[in-house]
Design a protein around this ligand. Sequence first.
Ligand code: FAD
Length: 413
Amino acid sequence: MRRRRLLGAAGLALFPQVAAADELLDTAIKGQLDVAIIGAGLAGLTAARSLIAAHKKVLVLEARDRIGGRTFTDMSLGFPVDTGAAWISAGPLAKELGGKLQAGAEVGTFALGGKPLTVEQAVAYGKSNAQMEAAIKEIRTKFPTADVSQLLHPVQPADQLAFFLLVNRPPFARETGLEGGVGAAVAKFGAKVPVRFGTKVLRFNSTQPIVEIVTPAGNFAARVVIVTLPASVLGDGHVGFAPPLSQKKRDALAAVTMASSLRIAASFRPDALKSPPNAWLSGLSRAGLPFEAMVRPQNRDAVILMLSGYAARQIEEAGANAAAAFALTTLAEVYGNDLRAAFLGSVASRWARDPLALGAWSVGAKGTDAVLAAPHSERVLFAGEATAEPVGTIEAAFASGLRAANEAKALLR
Ligand SMILES: Cc1cc2nc3c(=O)[nH]c(=O)nc-3n(C[C@H](O)[C@H](O)[C@H](O)COP(=O)(O)OP(=O)(O)OC[C@H]3O[C@@H](n4cnc5c(N)ncnc54)[C@H](O)[C@@H]3O)c2cc1C
């Protein structure tokens, strides 16, 4: 009874003393490792913690020099900015990460071409949004494989904005964040997990009872491997498998697309932003690019802009400075040119350009997650946000890590 309370809902709270990464490295080279986990994102860290709690010898191999993958909290502006996942709902993951949930937007506003909508225009926008939502739903029900962007072509700017935001709606709710940042909480969650950094996996050989892992830094071996690489990275052919992945799995990987999402945080001198705190701004810039923004989040003199779809791709492709320039121009259109002089700095993500992510989150057809989750030649298991519902979220990454850890435990019994 007491033990059950200690383990907690996800069975992760018990964390025995972990051997140092160097010691485990030796074990991994000799092929005496129970489980090698590839990728130190949330899925990999979750699987590692669960296996360590079950006293298994585990080592995570990670190509970057940090843990967290597509969760990262940047502190360069003097306050936490999540450049990856930022929204988290109350539930098992939030409980496991700890920290306080932070309320998101409290008021909503709209701006078209830099001009805030009047109350009447906002009401008209709401109506057009509802009509657009119904039209999209009808198309998706009648023609599930059709691309709605090819079938609906809204003409009015308000309709265009409503349509764009509906089509690019993310798979997670944007209602609550985490005090201190989701990325920082994930980094804390995985801090004790043994990780070999700078280790890019190139190939798996599971033709023998011990699985071999090939990297430029040498070969490793383990009884079981859990692969948590993004579907985009697995699908681009740079990671090899012997024997080859089944045709079904390769088809499922090919069917996954990556959403484009760009987060830009800009900070300003005190009182420069004439807006209530925690205001959600949706708009079209004068150049016609759709955006959303949290203005003065948690009462800070800052704005977090969120771009998706073609808008995110356009700014990411335009180079490293384009994000700051877009943020400043777009916000100056809405809040006035004086804002430019009050600009202090900005940070932005570029996940589509990151070869270890190749995009923001997975979007897969129904059922793809189950195919991607299925083991390969018995001892190579899969986890990650593309292998569980709701696909493309930190909740899916977490759930998949727990599931793969349980599969590994069953194989090691
Ligand atoms: C801008 C943005 C905003 C988002 N917002 C939210 C949100 O608010 N809420 C939400 O629920 N989700 C959000 N997401 C999605 C969420 O971040 C991901 O679904 C989740 O973090 C994925 O976790 P993962 O462990 O499956 O993959 P990852 O975090 O990508 O982990 C995989 C790891 O594998 C490593 N790797 C890659 N290739 C190799 C290799 N060859 N060898 C070794 N290591 C390798 C990578 O470096 C990475 O650390 C967002 C994503 C982005 C990009």
